[in-house]
Design a protein around this ligand. Structure first.
Ligand SMILES: [Zn+2]
Ligand SMILES: [Zn+2]
Ligand SMILES: [Zn+2]
Length: 497
């Protein structure tokens, strides 16, 4: 892919040389015919490379890593002395290609923008790992604190087909049937790519209302869980709940993931610090074992009551029985996840959208017709349909189920973290920007003022530009991979020497 735009560039240069030389009518005709034989993409590429500002355009696209769907901004920034008005630095898009500057789309989903999703995954890795191993402004001592990797799931809403490592799905000797006449068991051995996996054995028996209501309250259920963890710790330490912060701080970072049955579950890093956050350690009584007790107890006892409705009666939302909590170790140790493994797992997950996991769509639906036309399996369509139906009930209006039908009613973020877990995406971006401009931040001086005026000036690429940007993204990815391999090699040599 990366070689392709270069070949075309060479071709285009020949053509452009032809156009600037004094040419006879037949030459011009031949050139016209050659141009016509080219694809739309190639013609656009030729236009692009013949643009006098092409090299500046290329610099812009390189600077955004070949983002697949850039945003363009027009405007200026001027930094001057607040008293004398002397200008220290200024930048304006006057003179830039199209008088605009390309910035990254910053989409986290690989299906939307591969280069930005890679960057986002890298930032997520740094963000999660800093909370486990230190760095990025977080003290290294966090690696000695009680830390757990916790998995919380939704309860069962009815049996679904499943992959059981070569075992049969749901073997039943007596072959019982449900009230709809469908089998309650399944003797098949499913593989991961079987489209049946995750689908209910009987859609009519499946509790679609319960599933959607669970998604709609999962965020609040998580809040109840964290409150219950803190309450458990407070009572174990004999401290009033309101005074817990004077003794310790509980930090969380969690990622939401869709399972094959299209129900989300959460993976979370939980860490105990002293009252000053990462810089201080928790009192001795606040041990890893006590934290394990606290999360187990909180998972079993937290629930949310759903508003009553004539449509379904009374519902209560709680966690499923599949609960898991492991201590995290700094380095890999048999079954126990390491800092890097946990960070890598979370980072990999944030690049996936609902559509990548076949659990919903990456765009909003605005009608029942959209739901009927969506390219999803029958189970996901039934869940979206349930969102639409329940979304029409006045008592559930606050859940905005229709607006979130594409996410199957779940309206939370994919990644959330408590304030003191580690650094932020914003700080990581800032650090990268500082790196680029050589650590000079004019805004730090109290005697300077910065005036900025920017406006949106479009987005996306023409067909040829998209091709070129994809080539830049590809070579960027290759050099990142080479750098990573070189680092790993160096590390291995370090271990042997
Ligand atoms: Zn992008
Ligand atoms: Zn099955
Ligand atoms: Zn049934």
């Amino acid at each position: 892919m990366s070689a392709e735009p270069r070949t075309i560039t060479a071709q285009a240069t020949n053509l452009s040389a032809g156009s600037s030389a004094p040419a006879g009518r037949s030459d011009a005709l031949a050139r016209e015919l050659r141009l016509q034989a080219l694809s739309e993409v190639d013609r656009d590429l030729i236009r692009l490379v013949n643009d006098p500002l092409f090299s500046r355009w290329k610099e812009q696209i390189k600077a955004i890593g070949g983002c697949a769907n850039p945003i363009y901004l027009s405007g200026s920034t001027v930094t001057r002395n607040a008293v004398t008005g002397e200008v220290f630095s200024s930048y304006s898009t006057d003179g830039e290609p199209g008088e605009r500057l390309a910035v990254r789309c910053r989409n986290r989903r690989a299906s939307v923008c591969e280069p930005c999703s890679r960057l986002h995954a890298g930032d997520t890795f740094q963000l999660i790992r800093a909370g486990l191993s230190g760095g990025k402004g977080v003290p290294d001592a966090v690696r000695d604190r009680p830390r757990l990797f916790v998995t919380l799931t939704a309860p069962s809403f009815g049996p679904v087909h499943r992959v059981l490592d070569g075992d049969r799905c749901r073997p039943r000797r007596d072959d019982p049937r449900c009230e709809h006449g469908l089998r309650l068991g399944c003797g098949l051995v499913h593989t991961e790519d079987d489209p049946l996996v995750g689908l209910p054995l009987c859609p009519d028996c499946y509790d679609y209302t319960g599933h959607v209501l669970w998604h709609a309250h999962a965020g609040r259920l998580w809040d109840r869980f964290t409150t219950a963890v803190r309450r458990h710790l407070a009572s174990a330490g004999g401290i009033p709940r309101s005074k817990l912060g004077e003794h310790l701080v509980v930090s969380f970072a969690k990622v939401a993931e869709f399972q094959r049955r299209a129900a989300i579950h959460f993976h979370a890093v939980v860490r105990l610090d002293g009252p000053d956050g990462p810089a201080s350690s928790a009192p001795d009584w606040a041990s890893e074992d006590l934290l394990l007790d606290a999360v187990e107890h909180a998972a079993a006892s937290s629930f949310v009551t759903v508003p009553d409705s004539g449509a379904y009666g009374t519902e209560r939302v709680g966690w499923g029985e599949q609960f898991d909590a492991h201590p995290i170790r700094p380095l890999p140790d048999s079954d126990i996840p390491s800092d890097a493994a946990v960070a890598g797992y979370v980072a990999k997950y944030v690049t996936k959208g609902a559509a990548d996991t076949a659990a919903g769509l990456d765009y909003r639906v605005t009608s029942l017709e959209d739901i009927r036309a969506a390219v999803v399996n029958s189970h996901v369509r039934a869940l979206m349909g349930t969102c639409w139906r329940l979304g029409g009930l006045a008592e559930l209006e606050h859940l905005r189920l229709r607006a979130w039908a594409h996410g199957l009613g779940y309206r939370g973020h994919i990644l959330t973290k408590s304030r003191r877990y580690s650094t932020t995406y914003g700080a990581l971006r800032e650090e990268r920007a500082d790196h680029r401009r050589g650590d000079t931040k004019p805004g730090d001086d109290p005697n300077t003022v910065t005036e900025s005026a920017w406006r949106y000036a479009g987005s996306g690429y023409t067909p040829g530009a998209a091709e070129f940007a994809a080539g830049i993204a590809e070579s960027h990815a290759q050099s990142l991979q080479l750098a990573k391999e070189a680092r790993e090699d160096a590390q291995q040599w370090g271990e042997w020497l």
